[in-house]
Structures are given as structure tokens and as C-alpha cells.
Design a binder for this molecule. Sequence first.
Ligand code: DHB
Ligand code: FE
Length: 279
Amino acid sequence: MAKITAGVTTSHVPAIGAALDNGKANEEYWKPVFAGYDYSKKWIAEQKPDVIILVYNDHASAFSLDLIPTFALGCGEKYKPADEGWGPRPVPDVYSHQELASHIAQSVITDDFDLTVVNTMDVDHGLTVPLSLMFGQTDAWPCKVIPLAVNVVLYPPPSGQRCYDLGKALRRAVESFDEDLNVQIWGTGGMSHQLQGPRAGLINKEFDNNFLDKIVSDPEALAKVPHINYVREAGSEGVELVMWLIMRGALNDKVTQKHRFYHVPASNTAVGHLILENK
Ligand code: DHB
Ligand code: FE
């Protein structure tokens, strides 16, 4: 049977992708950011996941104000990189495990979560930057990736509790798939940042570090935190953090923390990164 073995969380700052793509990773500003992923690259090379369920948010690259699904599961065969700002990154196309994606759609939807099935879409920095941070620069991503896009750009995003419960449904889906697969779940985005308005540039280290503690030790309590707390304390884009709760819901109650990294700033954002293994 397929099994979720580990979870990864990481910020997805687009400037990180641009730094890598434009040969700036060794500049003084960027060195400490990438150093936080040295362990992670070794860890994932040993783990060799077959499939990653990658929870991320689209930033008006695949979806626009015309149509924004709350939870969109990619069920297509492959996805091309796209982006606003710096434009599409020169990174490989992303290939899916279509049978598992279809099984997840069937299992999760019949488990009362109304996912939107998306067969054709492009994927932006929300998905490609985490892949680059974990796998580095490569001609082909070493495993299959199933994208799960969550709306955190247009009010109202899904609640933390809904995200946490969706994680649990994803786990039931994966564990009922009849093929031996090593599956990881990644929750991306965050940590504190605000890109607009009078509070642009907001960072809240105390909030972020408490979130890093609680997502490991007490996710049930974290799931009850309302949106307004994220927006007030972690900034308007800090609400991306609800996606980490989908990752956490898909893991065991007790997990082993293999790695924790926090760095301020990368562009306008506090970078946070965790690796959690199922006990
Ligand atoms: C930045 C961070 C984001 O998460 C994003 O989507 C866009 C920009 C930033 O820090 O610049
Ligand atoms: Fe973002």
C-alpha cells in the first residue's frame, strides 16, 4: 500500500527562485538562506520519495479573479512552470502520478471534501521554489508531484481546521491506494510577510517561532486559530501558513522533527522550514 512517510514545510519566496536561476545563490545575502537546506537535500536524497503531494498556493498564474477554487487538485499528466514577476522559471516540467491523483480525488471527494479537479494548469513559484530548495538545480525532478492548490489570495481562505481535516482525508486516501509508494506531503508558503499597504515588510519572529513549535507539538490547537489572527500577527500574506496544517493533518499525531530552520529576511518574508518524519 502507499504510505505517507514524511512531511516538509517551507516558504516559497519567488526571489529565492530568481537567485538560483540567475546564479546568485553564493552571494552574501543568499548564502544563509540556502545553507538552511543543506541538510534537507541530503535527507531527501536518502528518502527517495516516489510521489510528493505538494500543497501550495497559486499567485494569479493559473487562476485569476475570474475563477478561484478553494482546493484544486491537479489530476493532469504534467504541469509547466509559469509566473508573474520574473516570468516562468527555467525549471523542468512537473510530472504527476495520475493514478494516485485520481484515487485521491475519488477518496477525498467521497469523504465529503469538495475538491476541484484540475486537469490542465501551470504551476508558479508556490510549487517550483520549494522543489528547487529541496532538490537543487536539476534537468528533471526526481519524483512525481501531485499539486494541491489552496486559495489563500482572495478572501475567504479555508479555515485552519478545514485544512487540518483535509490533511487527514488525504492520508486516508493515500493509505487506501494499492501500490507500494513512498509518499511525502509538503505544506508551503509563509511565514510572516505582508507585501502591500502601510504594514508592507511586516515580520513577526515571535509568531513564527511559536507556529514552528506548535505545528509539531500541538497542531490541534493551531488548527483552531482564526484567519484574523494570522492576518493581524503574521501579515496579509502570512495567512499562507494555513497550508502547513494540511501537511500536518496528513501525518501521525506524534512525529519526529528531523530539521528546523528559520531565517529573516528573504525578500520580504521570514523563511521557515521543517522536516517531520512519521514515528
Ligand atoms: C514574496 C513572498 C511570497 O510568498 C510571494 O508569493 C511573493 C513575494 C516576497 O517576499 O517578496
Ligand atoms: Fe506567496
